[in-house]
Write a protein that binds this ligand. Structure first.
Ligand code: HDD
Length: 709
């Protein structure tokens, strides 16, 4: 048998010393006392009252009473995994960071993906931005790249973050709605803060409802600096590109998935890693020399702007592979603390005012979330290199710092810990020249709020544009206040006239030509009234990288294929398809009228993966129905199979049937659409496989919209 490849990294080895394995161990108290009854409290007589003396009861209950910690203010719902990062080629001309110069390193990483608005227990398929945070445990200290799956942010200055989040979170009077942006307060805010419109249109696109966390891009968003060993600085934007491509579900599916499996993304990530189908992302950089800082039509320090890849191509420099699930959700995924302020020599910040505010907020939030300035000592947060300084004490100090001194300079401890010389790899902030007035304000160069949302929309394929229009219509349809909807229509109209008309029609409203209230309250009260953002510019017609139509469509690895079958299904049909699909890494699940096993027409027993009552069409990427008269008769007897197929058709998925399987198809909406290019009747498995790799047949959208499912 082939030996299982090791998934250990220096970090997972480090975590080992903290792991506890109860196998073959006796139960004890936290003091090591052996316990022989954990079911009954100590009482005065069997029916008597419980005694205060019962330290076993008190220890157990007290710990339980305190086992929750505050969830993250944002990004509370998340899943994470361990892995490693490998560099393809040194980029020493830009950066002196070891992680960017040493191609022999396998840098351990821990990556956490999240939704933003929902609580810890909210469903995975909310329409939302996804967090994409990566902790690199490097030889020079820990570097955290704390990004999202969209390349821009909603606001330009950290000062507005509490307002943004208060507007999107459940409304404060009734705590409704959970994990949803479709409500009045969010659109009240968005419609009056034009800087949000770019990130907002991304959130209305399919990017906000990914098929899988493994099929979404990641972005560092801010412009950072790379610093080389000559202390030269280059501006940089970081990109994560998934090797499986960028794919999404439809909104109708998202809504249904949330009911069918609220852990859809979490489960998908976990199962892919358990199956050895390790998720991978390539790391890319867009590099801009210092001298080109002002050459663009937008400001590099403005986090609501991306640098179109048409203008500055992405150079791929390495790859991240996630190959191990956490041992314990709370200890690792919940307690991991990401801080944008964690950087290493060779990487530095810029003056992006959003980034500058984040540098404060993340350390601060860990103090209330994790409860102590010693949060860096929690196993998942410990760097893989030794740390020494004169910080002392605090709640839950886990280390035992030795010696008489805790100050610098000292002579009593021989001056230790001593300072590092630059030649020994000490960190040194980039010496940017600053000559400025102290102002509370915003740069004029940040004041273009419509050009890039319009560029994004222009770059989308027709099917993506339709999804955007549907999303705006849904979200605004959920708002109750007419003036808010009208203000949003006014804003959408600045981005694209046709889009605004389409949304207005869905809302039963007119697109207003003018609105009375100021629309851009990014600036101070004294500026109210003269704050309409300038007209949009068109410095680039399209950027293909913005559209999912140009992503990778070459793999069906990890795609979930439902096989609809009952007793008597055709083994020869099934075997042929199963082999072809599994060869390409797809996951096959038999969905039968009942659990347990079913018997094929060759009298072999097959394990059922799910009884039809326990599963839903939306959990699968494609459907296959093998022939066999007895099997098909049984499927025809259970109405949910028709719903299963109708929904898959509605969601533009590939469907293949063989022989009598066509009889089932004839009982569905698909009967009149057999010529669809992703419907296969007695066809070769290859045709089906190619269609699954294309993700969806979006050409079907208009017909699919008519399916009453
Ligand atoms: Fe943030 C968490 C991403 C702006 C304040 N943020 C958090 C996480 C991600 C991001 C992925 C979850 C990390 C994890 O998995 O533990 N945040 C972003 C991005 C931003 C951004 C990409 C803009 C480019 N965030 C931002 C601002 C502020 C915060 C402007 C405050 C001024 N973010 C927080 C926070 C959180 C957080 C409240 C909650 C939990 C945590 O930090 O550790 O401090």
């Amino acid at each position: 048998m082939a030996k299982k490849k090791s998934t250990a990294t220096q970090k997972t080895d480090d975590l080992k010393q903290f792991e506890k394995d109860p196998t073959n161990q006796v139960m004890t108290t936290n003091q090591g006392l052996k316990i022989n009854d954990t079911n009954n409290s100590l009482k005065s007589g069997e029916r008597g009252s419980t005694l205060l003396e019962d330290f076993l009861l008190r220890e157990k209950i007290t710990h339980f009473d305190h086992e929750r910690i505050p969830e993250r203010i944002v990004h509370a719902r998340g899943s994470a995994a361990h892995g490693y990062f490998e560099l393809y080629d040194s980029i020493e001309k830009y950066s002196k960071a070891g992680i960017f110069t040493d191609t022999k390193r396998k840098t351990p990483v821990f990556a956490r993906f999240s939704t933003v608005a929902g609580s810890k227990g909210s469903p995975d398929l909310a329409r939302d931005v996804r967090g994409f945070a990566v902790k690199f445990y490097t030889q020079e200290g820990t570097w955290d790249l704390v990004g999202n799956n969209m390349p821009i942010f909603f606001i330009q200055d950290a000062m507005k973050f509490p307002d943004l989040i208060h507007s999107v979170k459940p409304e404060p009077n009734n705590e409704i709605p959970q994990a949803a942006s479709a409500h009045d307060t969010f659109y009240d805010f968005v419609s009056r803060s034009t800087e949000t419109l770019h990130n907002h249109i991304w959130a209305m696109s399919d990017r906000a409802i990914p098929r899988s966390l493994r099929m979404m891009e990641g972005f560092g968003i801010h412009t950072f600096r790379l610093i080389n060993d000559k202390n030269e600085s280059h501006f940089v934007k970081f990109h994560w590109k998934p090797t499986l491509g960028v794919h999404s579900v439809t909104w109708d599916e998202a809504v249904k998935i949330n009911g069918a499996d609220a852990d859809f993304h979490r489960r998908d990530l976990w199962e892919a890693i358990e199956a050895g189908q390790y998720p991978e992302w390539e790391l890319g950089i867009q590099v801009v020399p210092e001298k080109d800082e002002h050459k663009f039509e937008f400001d590099l320090l403005d986090p609501t702007k991306l640098i179109p890849e048409e203008l500055v191509p992405v150079e791929i420099i390495g790859k991240m592979t996630l190959n191990r699930n956490p041992e314990n959700f709370f200890a690792e995924t919940e307690q991991v603390a990401f801080l944008p302020g964690h950087i290493v020599p060779g990487i530095d910040f810029t003056n992006d005012p959003l980034l500058q505010g984040r540098l404060f907020s993340y350390r601060d939030t860990q103090l209330s979330r994790l409860g102590s300035p010693n949060f860096h000592q929690i196993p998942i947060n410990r760097p893989i290199v030794e740390t020494h300084n004169n910080q002392r004490d605090g709640h839950m100090q886990m280390e035992i710092p030795k010696g008489q001194t805790a100050y610098f300079p000292n002579s009593l401890s021989g001056g230790c810990p001593h300072l590092a010389k630059m030649s020994e790899g000490a960190f040194h902030s980039y010496e940017e020249r600053i000559d400025a007035r102290k102002v509370r304000g915003r740069s004029e160069s940040f004041n273009d709020h419509y050009s890039q949302p319009a560029l994004f929309y222009r770059s989308l394929a027709a099917w993506e544009k339709q999804h955007v229009a549907d999303a705006y219509t849904f979200e605004l349809g959920k708002c109750t206040q007419k003036p808010i909807k009208e203000r949003m229509l006014y804003q959408i109209n600045q981005i694209d006239g046709d889009l605004a008309k389409q949304v207005a029609k869905g809302l039963g409203l007119q697109v207003p030509k003018k609105i009375e209230q100021p629309v851009n309250q990014a600036i101070g009260a004294d500026d109210d009234g003269k704050n309409q953002p300038p007209k949009k510019k068109n410095y680039l017609e399209k950027d293909d990288a913005l559209s999912q139509d140009h992503t990778i469509f070459n793999s069906i690895a990890t795609r979930q294929i439902a096989v609809l079958a009952a007793d008597g299904f055709s083994m020869s049909d099934f075997e042929k398809m199963q082999k072809a699909l599994e060869n390409k890494g797809a996951m096959i699940k038999i969905i039968a009228p009942h659990g347990g096993t079913i018997t094929c027409d060759q009298d072999m027993e097959h394990e059922v993966d799910a009884a039809i009552v326990t599963t839903e069409s939306v959990l699968f990427d494609a459907i296959y129905v093998p022939g066999g008269k007895k099997s098909i008769d049984a499927l025809l007897d259970e109405p949910k199979y028709k719903k299963f197929l109708n929904e898959a058709f509605k969601h533009c998925k590939a469907i293949a049937v063989d022989h009598e399987g066509e009889d089932l198809l004839d009982e569905t909406f698909i009967a009149n659409h057999k010529d669809d290019k992703a419907i296969f009747i007695n066809d070769k498995p290859k045709a089906f496989i190619d269609a699954i790799a294309k993700h969806r047949n979006w050409d079907r959208m208009e017909v699919a919209a008519k399916v009453p499912a």
